[in-house]
Design a protein around this ligand. Structure first.
Ligand code: SF4
Ligand code: F3S
Length: 112
């Protein structure tokens, strides 16, 4: 089991999650973060910290795509453990549907 970052993180990217993870298993893309499924210890601490409710336990149904996305990009994006300022327009993107299809970026973020 692991926790996963899902669609609503895209372009919200609040980064509150990275401050609470005891094993520093968040990885940063240009406009979202992912969790490394093999490093996550399933503590659940990050889930309530995300203002965009974009972190889910993989025991929820329908998250196969997000397991793939988190696994793929955690292997290539840089590790992030320190919160920076979220995007200025993060609030405007909160709750917009299907952001992965229209706005996901494969580009890596800055990392720490
Ligand atoms: Fe980190 Fe725990 Fe969240 Fe997994 S569930 S990403 S170990 S804070
Ligand atoms: Fe994304 Fe939520 Fe973390 S919006 S960066 S999963 S706090």
């Amino acid at each position: 089991m692991t926790y996963l970052v899902v669609d609503n993180c895209i372009k919200c990217k609040y980064m509150d999650c990275v401050e609470v993870c005891p094993v520093d298993c968040f990885y940063e893309g240009e406009n979202m973060l992912v969790i490394h499924p093999d490093e996550c210890i399933d503590c659940g601490v990050c889930e309530p910290e995300c203002p965009a409710e974009a972190i889910k336990a993989d025991t929820e149904s329908g998250l196969e795509k997000w397991l793939e996305v988190n696994t793929k990009y955690a292997a290539v994006w840089p590790n992030i453990t320190v919160k920076r300022d979220p995007p200025a327009d993060a609030k405007e993107w909160d709750g917009k549907p299907n952001k992965f299809e229209s706005h996901f970026s494969e580009n890596p973020g800055e990392g720490d």
